[in-house]
Design a protein around this ligand. Structure first.
Ligand SMILES: C/C=C/C(=O)SCCNC(=O)CCNC(=O)[C@H](O)C(C)(C)COP(=O)(O)OP(=O)(O)OC[C@H]1O[C@@H](n2cnc3c(N)ncnc32)[C@H](O)[C@@H]1OP(=O)(O)O
Length: 264
């Protein structure tokens, strides 16, 4: 596993920690950081009993976004090479993370800037520390969101707020991010990881197959016709109703006891 992305497994929960605090977990357009994400996602997909994933950053930042030092070294590079480097580099992260079947939580521990914010938006749920902050600041460094932000951010905060953020590059503090729905909780800095683990634990206690199907419906629902989504929901429901976990949940309700799910 890569030095950039620490992979820790605690029962059904995987925590991924970006681990380059000296550069505020900046991401390279090509190379190590992208491989780290695609490899971690491959591993999570292969470990069938993972039920939730937490993504966070080591040190004081979640991620400072694209590596500006590396970007300076690209001055003069040919447009065709830049385009190709995005396609085979940083653009693989949204494809890999967004495609994970299990629920993902971004535990935003500090600034989430540019590609760092987009990374948080690739997760299903975002919770933020009091000291977290958020900026879609590509415009401030003279580039466009090249890693899916123009698709992800409007889905998180709506078109108007996304446009305001992307056109100004302004940074939101945690309270402002909570207000516009970019994050769903603000917690004291020291309590962030406990809050993320508690949330992951509550998710992980639910029937895993149904969680995966629910995630898929939430995702697909964002770009499907209602009639198609209803068809897909009926097909998933046909599977859900025949699971042992469904029987267990309903029986437990009648027995006035907590259900025990087996993932079957
Ligand atoms: C393809 C993707 C494109 C994009 O994502 S565009 C957006 C690019 N990102 C930015 O514009 C953000 C730039 N960084 C910052 O604004 C700040 O940093 C932070 C708010 C993230 C954190 O501030 P603080 O905690 O005060 O740290 P510090 O003193 O500014 O930086 C500490 C060290 O981290 C390096 N660093 C910070 N951000 C980046 C970056 N994006 N790329 C490369 N290095 C970075 C610095 O240079 C420095 O390093 P040294 O100690 O060697 O001077």
């Amino acid at each position: 596993m890569s030095d950039f992305l620490l992979f820790e497994r605690d029962g059904p929960v995987v925590t991924l920690t970006m681990n380059a605090p000296e550069r505020r977990n900046a991401l390279s357009i090509e190379g190590e950081t992208n491989e780290a994400f695609t490899e971690a996602c491959r591993r999570i997909a292969a470990e069938v009993d993972v039920r939730a994933v937490i993504l966070t950053g080591a040190g004081t930042a979640f991620s400072a976004g694209g590596d500006l030092k590396a970007m300076r070294e690209r001055f003069g590079m040919k447009p065709a090479d830049i385009r190709e480097s995005y396609r085979r580099g940083i653009q693989r992260i949204p494809l890999a993370l967004y495609d994970l079947d299990v629920p993902t939580i971004a535990a935003v521990n500090g600034p989430a800037i540019g590609a760092g914010l987009d990374l948080a938006c690739m997760c299903d749920i975002r919770i933020g520390a009091e000291s977290s902050s958020y900026a879609e600041s590509f415009v401030s460094v003279g580039i466009v969101p090249g890693d899916g932000g123009a698709w992800l951010l409007p889905r998180a905060v709506g078109q108007s707020k996304a446009a305001e953020m992307a056109f100004t590059g302004d940074r939101l503090d945690a309270r402002a991010a909570l207000e516009c729905g970019l994050i769903s909780q603000v917690v004291p800095d020291a309590a962030l990881m406990d809050a993320a683990r508690a949330l992951a634990g509550r998710i992980a206690r639910n029937p895993p197959q149904v969680l995966r199907m629910t995630k898929r419906l939430l995702r697909e629902g964002q770009h499907m016709r209602l009639s198609s989504l209803l068809e897909m929901s009926a097909a998933f429901q046909a599977l859900a109703h025949t699971t042992r976990d469904h029987e267990e949940a309903v029986n437990a309700w009648f027995d006035k006891r907590k259900p025990v799910f087996e993932g079957r």
